[in-house]
Design a protein around this ligand. Sequence first.
Ligand code: ADP
Ligand code: VHF
Length: 377
Amino acid sequence: MRKTKNIKRVIIKVGSSSLCHQDGYIDQQKILYLVMQVAKLIEQGMTVVIVSSGAISAGMGAMELPRKPETLPQKQALAAIGQAKLMQIYEEIFQLFHLKCSQVLLNHGDFDDRQRLLNLSHTMNALIDYGVIPIVNENDALAVEEIRVGDNDTLSALLVPVIDADLLILVSDIDGLYTDNPHVNPQAKLLKYVEHIDEKIEKMASGSTSKLGTGGMATKIKAAKIVNDYGKDMVIVNGQKANSILHVFDEHESGTWFNGGSGQNLKAKAHWLTYRSHSKGKIIVDDGACLALKAHKSLLPSGIVDVKGQFLAGQVVDVVSQKGQRIAKGIVQYSSLEIIMIKGHQSYEIKHILDRHDYDEVIHVNNMVILGGDTNE
Ligand SMILES: Nc1ncnc2c1ncn2[C@@H]1O[C@H](COP(=O)(O)OP(=O)(O)O)[C@@H](O)[C@H]1O
Ligand SMILES: N[C@@H](CCC(=O)OP(=O)(O)O)C(=O)O
């Protein structure tokens, strides 16, 4: 069952194909229809944050390029050209509705670092308090591979906990999730409601076949998992259909709805650890430690066999079995150098080895999430 009654805060993510013509030029009419719907939601008392793609496409249009360039620096340059054009159009159109908008450009580092995340949350809430609509995009011009989120489906999902949104709406060029890519398989059927994302659902989604889109349905399912695991709902709607955003809230029930009630419902810290933090290294543990972690015990030095990478106390690391399976992710209480010295030892020996004994555990159970399966996320 869709729950749309008490929705107060929504994030609306708009894909490039829903903002641009096929040749990449920004389609002002599409932005006008989007803003008209946003203005209606605001009139109804909702808070709206927009995550808008389209910078690279707008840059392609401005430079009259027939297709997306291959190299990252070229894409970054086009994003820098296109982002300014995009915002100019948003601003002019929002003015028609007597509304103000603002630009927020983000990278993965803004979610990875707890302090920056807090700053982001404060800024977003201050904008909301001013009644100004934040328009978010990845800071593509500066996003080298290591700090990129990579696609705006994921970026918008990561924002849900930051502003405590009730619903994420992904506006795409298609009605929602089909049993297979309908551009390839015309027999594919639209799903109206996904109770729980399992392997079967994940297998239905593939990449984008359009010239402008980035992640296709695969990144939308990944986004739904992030949002549903926070206990919130997500819906995919077709931006090419009239009023598809408004129809989420009426009897039309447009798009595919992903139910937030059936996710892992992770608490804020566990959700951050699972989806937003980047691991700085690896701790390799023996079979006994693997079993203990899966039984929700803390990681003690005695079960540690090796350490990979350099990290400080307070940073996030992966915990990996000797077979290479990622078991958990957590915040360490000792640095990599200290762990190399205390690995294989009992906790009471820490004082003798390090000349201090602040904690028994290398990772406390409260600062750790257990990861299911052989994930390489
Ligand atoms: N199972 C599926 N159901 C629907 N679309 C799918 C599926 N698998 C892959 N796709 C592709 O995903 C596209 C939507 O994603 P994308 O092109 O990235 O658009 P956007 O710019 O809106 O993010 C569809 O047009 C389709 O080509
Ligand atoms: N940040 C990029 C868009 C990345 C992206 O996810 O694109 P899309 O699949 O069209 O939503 C841009 O502004 O061009």
